[in-house]
Each structure stands twice: as structure tokens, then as C-alpha cells.
Design a protein around this ligand. Sequence first.
Ligand code: PHE
Length: 464
Amino acid sequence: MAYQGKPIHAEWSSSFAFILAATGSAVGLGNIWKFPYIAGENGGGAFVLVYLACIAVIGIPVMMAETMLGRRSRQSPINGLASLADQENLSRRWSGLGWLGVAAGFLILSFYSVVAGWAVAYVFKMAAGTFTGMEGPAVDAVFGAMLAQWHVVLGWHTLFMVLCFLVVARGIRSGIEQAVRVLMPLLFLLLLLLVAYAYHLGDFGRGLSFMFTADFSALSGEAMLVALGHAFFTLSLGMGAIMVYGSYLPRRASIAGTTFLIAGADTLVALLSGLAIFPIVFATGLEASAGPGLLFQTLPYVFGQMPAGAFFGTLFFLLVSFAALTSGLSLLEPAVAYLVENRDWSRRKATAVLTFSIWALGLCSVFSLNLLADFYPLGFIEPLEDKTLFDLFDGLSSNIMLPLGGLLIALFAGWRMHQASSRDELAMGRGYRVWRFIVRYVSPVLIALVLAYGLGLFQAIGLL
Ligand code: PHE
């Protein structure tokens, strides 16, 4: 059966544009908000090492597989997997993997946008000097008060979704590509400035040794699995974002080469974020293990105590907002591409309908911070007894849907697709055999471990 959608004709103007866009997708709240706090919670150095290994062993090969599937199909993930399945004489049910990705994108963007909204709000709070000289408990109270007012959280969430809409509706070249061409260089510049600030005014030596002195006795089994799961989230793998961006990649570009650059840039940003954050946290006499509040509670307090803190704090939250925006775009794009292919809709209309739907789904996360803060929908299942809707969306998508998507991608590319097809599309000479070995044998096993962990199997059988 021939496939029904129209093919995507859009293409990045160069492979560099793809690198910028995919790096924009990868670099996000995962790098600047999640990475430093999970590294902090899990003791620093040893965790960082395991995370780096996960990026190399799972992240890079799976990212190559995902880009390869996108470019070979030149369609949105849902249609693309259906037509690849046709080409390879496989069941069209593989398009279900595309649907899984779209569903994951919906869920992730719905809460991602809420957190991104906080970051945007903090740009203004910082610029207004709200935290200058403020005591710790008062800083915490500012955050608490914001979350408690649903209309405030909703307002920032709405603003962030509108920004995503404005860019994605304009298309690949004049929308996403234009945005990342401006935002990504700015992002790197801001980050370097902040590292320089931390170097001059913070306890840089302690920051460095915290991140790079590996104390393996502090590393729990759980921490290793967290590192593995995070490698997925931070590289935007397993939900079709990289696949759809890959579908716009020019034929002549090297998939292996671009992937190394993207994964390298993402890792560099995570490490530099740590080097911007930990030294100033330590210099203020605080600890790194504050958890999710590290960014919105510890850090504003720290900036409030530092010289020129309001200025650099504003830059910091601007950096977080830019990073979140370029990731938000890629969370929206797989679904938009699908609707544009399958309906007679303009891109603008498709983007508007999807943005609105995700915005509406985001209300669950908005209200779970205030009106529904005591609502635990799955409270009858023991490990989920204190999880709000927000927590469940995050957990379901990051711990289950992304690894599952990544596992299926590895299986499709490594086991189901003909070797001749992947060899041809990757066109990478001798490295191909290494890639194929990893995608067939190494990544699936390791991903299955994360997945089992996400599903709580380990707790259930008492291993952790
Ligand atoms: N990689 C993004 C981050 O680190 C999150 C993301 C996940 C984006 C999945 C797109 C797809 O914040």
C-alpha cells in the first residue's frame, strides 16, 4: 500500500543549520536545571563520569539511528516509519512508534512549558532586583508564592506556548532555523560569561573538584540508572524530535559527524552549566544537593548576595529561557509535520491547533502546583501515592515513554531494517560496524534496564 501523506519538502539550508537546531533541541532545561541538581543529589564526580559514558554508549549511537531513520524517510515520524516499514517489508504497525513519540512530545511540552514559564518569570524578577540582599527563606517564599497563584503560573505558561507557536508556525527555514541562528550563539555567549563570572567570584576550585573528582563509593545503583535516563532526555531522544529534524537534513551531510558535534555541544553545555552554578553556590556557603529547587531557590538567593548579582542573574534566567524555547520548538515539530502532511491544513493552522491542545493539557501541570496540589490521581498505587499530575507526566514521559521509544528505534535500526539500507544512509565507512554492533547489542540491553527501573521493577523485586 502506498503511503498517504505528502512528503516533506522542507530542508535546512545547510548541515550547520541542522546542527544548530538539533543542539537547540538537546540543550534545554535538562542541561541547566536537571543536570546540575541530579549531579548535586548524586554526589557529583562519579555520577558525571557515568553520565558521560551513557552519552557515548547509548546516546550517540541511538541519535545516529534516529537521524538516519528521519533522513531516509523524509517525512514526519508517524508517516516516515510507515513508509520505511513498507520499504523494508515490515509491518506498518511500526508507525505506532511515531505515535508514541507524538504522545510523549505532547506530555513533555505540557509540563516543560510550565517550568520554562518560571524561568521567564525569573528573568523579570531578577531584573527588578527582587532578590538583592534577600534572606534564604524569603527567596523560597517568592517561589512558593508564585506557584500558589495559578493565574500567575498560567500566564507564564501561556506566554511560553505562544512563543513556541510564533516560531514553529513560520516553518523550518524562516521559523526554527532563523530562531536557532540567533538564539544558539547568544546562549553560548551567555553561558561563557556566566562561567567567567563564577570563575572570578565563586569558589571555582571547589566547583571543579565537586564535578570531576570521582568518589565511586557515593555512587548508588539508582544513580547509575538516573544517569542513563537523563542521557536520553538531555539528547531529546526517543520521541521523534531528532527524527523529524533529521528528515530535513540535506543528503550530503554526514550523520555521524553531525551527531558527534551535537552530543558534544550538549554535554559541554551541561558541564559548563555546572561550572557556572556550583562555584557560586559553594562561595555562598551553601550545598549543591538542594534538588529541583537549586535553580529557583538556591540560585536566586546566591545571586542576591553577589556583586552585580541582579545583572548576572537576569542573564542566567535569559539563558535558561532561550534554551527551553529552542527545545520547545522540537517538541512541537513532529506533530505539526504530521498534520501538515495528512491534512489539507496550512502550517499555521496545524501549529495553532496543536499549540492550543498542548497548552490545555498544560493546565493539569499548572493546577497541580496549587488548586490540585493534593490530588494524587494514582494514589492507590503505592510508589505513586504522593505524585501529582505534574510528577506523573514527567515520570511517565521521561522514565517510560522516551526509553521505550529509544529501545524501539534501536531495534528497528539495528535488527529490522536491512543492513544495506542503514549502511547506505549512514555512509560512514568502517565505523559502521561499530555502530551496528552497539545498536544491536549494547544500547537495547542498557535501555531495557532504564525502562525496567522506570517501571519500578527493581524496587518491586527488592534490588534497589
Ligand atoms: N533535551 C531537552 C532538554 O534537555 C528536552 C527534550 C526532550 C526536548 C525530548 C525534546 C525532546 O531539556
